[in-house]
Unconditional design. Structure first.
Length: 450
């Protein structure tokens, strides 16, 4: 059997199942950031104290190749752009068009509220000044992650964008040419051959050469998915630099009833298991018949795929299963507790059940909206919360790169009107100087007491 079957039907005592019970039954793959923290902290310190040469030695140590410099030369980027396959370029251009269209709708407008006559609070959305966008490069090549990071940052109005992506032995130490060409297509030419914890630390502290000249400016924020070392470095440096999330292994959950196509369900499970041996693939269904058909499809199809061993290990892991429930309503409950990165709904009424979803990174409705579409060309962003974080976090968006600034402008009359209330609250909190800062503006006048 390629994937385990989990019967949740007896667990719905009184029609509900607890989140803690579900987490025990469908755990995430074992992934302990703490297990690499000590090593990552040592890497971070080496980057903080080092220069370009010492960082290049770290790159050689971890990636098995030493590029000529941490920054990719413009001529290398131009060559990659010229040699990009025509069909790949056309596909990327169409994806860019769709992603831009969706993300342009996420722009925030300034708001102005007159609290009282003469008292106005205005909120303006201001972009981060400089961002470092991480693009992974391990088992696959991810030009899609270039698009998903760069486009929302550009629409937000970020003025300075750097891309960090691992060096590759197959490319003379430079990142994959498709990554470079995609960046060029989007107008980004500041690219560094840096991966893992080294890249995140460089984003936080910047890089100087041996004479002290700046090679790479530090960034205000770093975004983008990565492996456990990237996640650990983000956690360690949060506060030194802004982060989007500590992204973990990819995951898919599918709510399906007897109307679902078992071939579509099976291939979608396989597609996400292809990413990593600890990727999660979960089918939640009230149809034993569908479960059996999907199992047969998996048994047949997994061995025929290119990365069959990787997929087989992911589907056979504790993090993957076919979960049987009594009703679609129960399936929705399980999905909301699980809070998947990707959630598909393939039922006889997808729109109805979609209204009940509260926790998911992105939701894909119907047979013809697979997760693979969202990975590349739906227009939505594929940098999404994993590991159950969808119950409190959102995916990457234009909003990620914006900060809301409040501008407070009160007239003398408006401040006088509320002065006594502020002074009262200041004394209630035993912060009398706060009250004095108000009262001092009206000294010698009646009506305001300290």
């Amino acid at each position: 059997m390629v994937i385990r079957r989990l019967d949740l039907r007896p667990k719905f005592d009184g029609g509900t199942i607890s989140r803690s019970e579900l987490r025990r039954l469908i755990p995430r793959a074992p992934l302990s950031i703490d297990s690499v923290t000590e090593r990552v902290l040592a890497i971070i310190e080496s980057v903080r104290q080092g220069d370009e040469n010492s960082i290049l030695r770290l790159v050689e140590r971890f990636d098995g190749v030493r590029p000529h410099s941490v920054r990719v030369p413009s001529e290398v980027i131009d060559t990659a752009d010229r040699n990009l396959d025509v069909k790949v370029r056309a596909a990327l251009e169409e994806s860019v068009r769709r992603i831009r269209k969706v993300h342009q709708s996420q722009q925030r407008e300034e708001s102005r509220v007159e609290v009282v006559a003469g008292g106005v609070v205005t909120q303006r959305w201001v972009p981060v000044d400089r961002v470092a966008l991480y693009v992974p490069g391990g088992k696959a090549v991810y030009p899609s992650s270039v698009m998903m990071n760069v486009i929302p940052a550009q629409i937000a109005g970020v003025r300075s964008i750097a891309i960090l992506t691992p060096a590759q032995r197959e490319n003379d130490g430079w990142p994959h040419p498709t990554i470079l060409a995609t960046a060029k297509m989007l107008g980004v030419d500041e690219i560094y051959a840096l991966g893992g914890a080294v890249a995140i630390a460089a984003a936080a502290f910047g890089i100087n050469d041996s004479s002290g000249l700046t090679v790479m400016e530090p960034a205000d924020m770093v975004t983008g998915p990565g492996n456990i070392y990237v996640a650990a470095a983000k956690r360690a440096l949060r506060g030194v630099i802004g982060i989007d999330s500590e992204a973990g292994p990819t995951e898919i959950a599918i709510i399906a009833d007897q109307s679902a196509d078992p071939v579509a369900v099976a291939t979608d499970l396989i597609s996400q298991a292809e990413h990593d041996v600890i990727a999660a693939a979960v089918l939640i269904t009230d149809s034993p018949s569908l479960a059996e058909k999907v199992e047969r499809e998996l048994n047949e199809r997994v061995m025929k795929t290119k990365h069959s061993e990787r997929i087989k290990e992911a589907l056979g892991g504790v993090q993957s299963c076919i979960a049987l429930v009594n009703t679609t309503a129960e399936a929705v409950q399980v999905a909301n507790h699980y809070a998947a990165e990707h959630l598909e709904i393939q039922t006889s009424d997808d729109q109805l059940w979609a209204k009940e979803i509260r926790n998911a990174g992105a939701i894909f409705l119907g047979r013809f909206s697979p997760v693979s579409l969202g990975d590349y060309s739906a227009g939505s962003n594929h940098v999404l919360p994993t590991g159950g974080c969808a119950c409190h976090s959102s995916g990457l968006s234009v909003q990620t790169f914006l900060r809301g600034l409040s501008f407070v402008a009160y007239s003398e009359a408006a401040l006088h009107e509320i002065a006594q209330a502020v002074i009262t609250l200041a004394h209630a909190e035993d912060l009398p100087a706060h009250g004095e800062a108000i009262a001092s503006r009206f000294e010698g006048r009646s009506g305001t007491k300290t």
